[in-house]
Every structure is written in C-alpha cells, then in structure tokens.
Design a binder for this molecule. Structure first.
Ligand code: SAM
Ligand code: SF4
Ligand code: SF4
Length: 378
C-alpha cells in the first residue's frame, strides 16, 4: 500500500467533476485586423509563453496537487477529448505568430502521453516570426525520464525541469503518495544530463512541517552540480488540496535556512516575466531560485497562457474559467480567424490572482470553482 500522508483528513472519497462545464466560455469572435504580431493584455502584459498540458493523468498522487482521496475516483479525459498532436502543434504555431517564444510541456505527467517524442519533434520544427526556434522545455516528475531522455533530446527537446520534493526516501514516498523512490528521479536527472537536456532545473514544493527538513539536504545535494534548485511556495491552486496558509513556508524563511550554511548573494532577473528570484552561492557553487507566488506575487509581468489537455485556454493558473479553443480548431475557421480570436482573448485579459490574494481574502465559493493544476499544467 502506498503511504497515506498525502490524503486530506476531512475529505471523503467523491466523484464530483473537477471541471465545471458551465464555466467554459466560447473564444471571442475574431475581429478584423490583427493576424500576427505581439499582443498585450489590459495591464500591458505581452503574451510570451504557452504552457501545454498533454495529459490530465499522473502516476503520482502528490498531496498538494492530486490528492488520492479525490483523484483515485476521478474520471480522466477519454482519448477523443484530448487535443491531437496536430491540433497542439497548430495551436502552438498560431500562438508563436502572436509572439510566444517559449513552450513548456506539462500535465499531469507529460511523459505518460504516448509517443510524446513525436509531438516534441513537431513543436521543435516551429519558428518565431523572425525565424528562430522556440524555447522548448518540459516539466516532469522524472519517474520515466531515465527511459525517455535520449529520445526526447533527439526529437528536439532542449531542457527539462524536474520536480523533486525530498532526498529522504520516506519523506518523498509520503509526498508522492504512490511509493515512488527518490532513486528513480535521480536516475532520470542523470539520464537527462547525459543526453544533454540542460541546463536542468529542479523544483521542490515546500510544505511546512512535511518536507521543510529537506531544504538543506536538497541544497547540499545540488550545489556545485550545474543544476539549479528552485523552492516553490505551496500554492492554493485548484480546490482539492486542502491548502492552508499555515502550511506555507515563505521563501524568505527558506532562504534563511540555506543562508545559515552557505552565504547567498542576489542575482538580477535575466528577463521580465521570470517566475523565480535567483540567488548565487557566494562560494561559486551555482545558484538557487525561489518561486514565491503566495508571499510575493509576480502577476505584474506575467506573460503565460495555458492550454489544457482538452483544448481550453486559461489566462491564469488560478482561473475558474477556460475558453473553448478545441471547438474552434475543429470548426472550418482558418488560421487567421483563430489567431485573431486568441489575440482578442489575450487583449481582454485582466487576471492577476496572486496580487489580489495578497490584498484580500478569497471568496471560498470562488475557490471551489478553480481549475486544478494537473488539468492546466504548472
Ligand atoms: N507532473 C509534472 C511534475 O510534477 O513536474 C508536471 C506537472 S506539475 C502540475 C508542475 C509543477 O507544479 C510541479 O513542479 C509541481 O511540484 C508544481 N505544483 C503542483 N501543485 C502545486 C501546489 N499546490 N503548489 C505549488 N506547486 C505545485
Ligand atoms: Fe503528478 Fe506533478 Fe501533480 Fe505530482 S505535481 S501529482 S507528479 S502532476
Ligand atoms: Fe500569472 Fe495568474 Fe500566477 Fe498572477 S496568479 S502570476 S496572473 S498565473
């Protein structure tokens, strides 16, 4: 039996749908005019990144993302509701014509999608309007990466981000709640390095009282390896993880724990829209990052759109409402009309959830409607 530390005590098993169909909106009508070129939203934030969820399934049951009590009885999407590789590639190409230069494949666990290398190959062939390849990366729990790293690299994947919440096997198995050992993830990271999928980043979600004892061991392990470790504040994404503020360990405190052993110096941001604040080890052993979406909102220059597995566009990680791009892709609409519709959608975007969260307590009913991260990708 897998460890059960990831279940939410107050939540009974249930089969309620995680997506409220009533909150799916049609894409806006295509206005005459823009067919390509960059687009800004209502706050002047320019569309730059697309995160693509290729599956809503996962072999882990991380308590903060897909708690077993909810997801063991969940009805995952049937195959015909998934966007095909051709539909995903067409979407990415249209987003690229609007200035998107970064694509991230995610999920669910993206390596569970059959023949993912073929999709990677199609996406790697895309170009920005000025002829450059797109930045193409993938976020994975790495349980299958040792087997797939070389093929992904050969298909054109450039980098990977690996999620790993602990080095201690007992803590890690309890967090993934599916009995996966740390060794599988470390093997995956080694295979990615050997294949040249780098620079590699490692994401660690920190839950106070659960894995905060792993902060220093993780820092020690990845210092001096060329791999950047990034600490993520546990977020109130979705509505099933039983999030509580007292389980969040603010990044300032995480950084303090590292600075107890190794002096850190702040690094300047490399580009606008960067999610992590980066610090370097003063002794030259590399850098660490802090993603502080709870205590330090970074909505101000958020350039990210998200495409769910079934072809809805979400404009914010905390959105409750998705826009039905799949119907448009499966209609007679041509590329120009769909591109104009996407541009119109981005132009009306006003989402800035994390910023508003720091200003007000969210309405519990609104939280109940929010889409899960495993559905739209982290
Ligand atoms: N399965 C892949 C993985 O875990 O890397 C990709 C999808 S996962 C949803 C993407 C990222 O979101 C992971 O790094 C994960 O740790 C993070 N994540 C999921 N739920 C989170 C939460 N409640 N708070 C903070 N990060 C979370
Ligand atoms: Fe799966 Fe990733 Fe969510 Fe963990 S964080 S349950 S590995 S999708
Ligand atoms: Fe972007 Fe929404 Fe996150 Fe703000 S809360 S940084 S708008 S995804």
């Amino acid at each position: 039996m897998p460890a059960s530390a990831g279940t939410i005590p107050s939540m009974s098993r249930r089969t309620v749908p995680l997506i409220d169909e009533r909150l799916t909106r049609r894409m806006p009508a295509a206005p005459d005019g823009l067919r390509h070129g960059s687009v800004a939203d209502r706050f002047g934030r320019v569309l730059g990144d697309l995160r693509i969820s290729v599956t809503d399934r996962c072999n882990f049951r991380c308590s903060y993302c897909m708690p077993r009590a909810v997801f063991d009885n969940h009805r995952f999407l049937p195959h015909d509701e998934l966007l095909s590789f051709e539909e995903i590639t067409r979407t990415a190409r249209l987003f690229a014509s609007l200035g998107v230069s970064k694509l991230r494949l995610t999920g669910g666990e993206p390596l569970l999608r059959k023949n993912l290398e073929a999709l990677v190959g199609q996406l790697a062939a895309l170009r920005t309007p000025d002829g450059r390849p797109l930045d193409l990366t993938l976020t994975t729990n790495a349980s299958l990466l040792a087997r797939k790293a070389a093929a992904l690299k050969a298909s054109g994947l450039q980098r990977v981000t690996v999620s790993l919440d602990a080095l201690d096997d007992t803590v890690f198995r309890a967090m993934n709640d599916a009995d996966y050992p740390v060794a599988d993830v470390l093997d995956g990271i080694a295979a990615a390095q050997a294949a040249g999928l780098g620079p590699i980043k490692v994401n660690m979600v920190v839950k106070r009282g659960v894995n905060d004892g792993q902060i220093q061991p993780m820092a020690q392990h990845f210092r001096g390896t060329g791999i950047e470790l990034r600490f993520i504040e546990y977020m109130d994404v979705g509505h099933t993880n039983g999030w509580r503020m007292d389980e969040v360990l603010p990044s300032d405190l995480v950084r303090g724990r590292i600075a107890e052993r190794w002096a850190l110096q702040p690094l300047p941001a490399e580009r606008p829209g960067e999610t992590a604040r980066r610090w370097r080890y003063a002794d030259g052993a590399g850098s660490v990052g802090f993603i502080s979406s709870v205590t330090e909102a970074f909505c101000g220059d958020c350039s990210r759109a998200r495409l769910s597995t079934d072809g809805r566009v979400y404009l914010c990680l905390f959105a409750s409402q998705g826009f039905d791009l799949r119907s448009l892709l499966r209609s007679p609409a041509d590329d120009g009309q769909i591109t104009a519709s996407i541009a119109a959608l981005w132009a009306q975007r006003g989402d800035r959830y994390s910023q508003l969260r720091s200003e007000a307590t969210p309405d519990p009913a609104e939280r109940q409607r929010r889409v899960e991260m495993s559905f739209i990708g982290g």
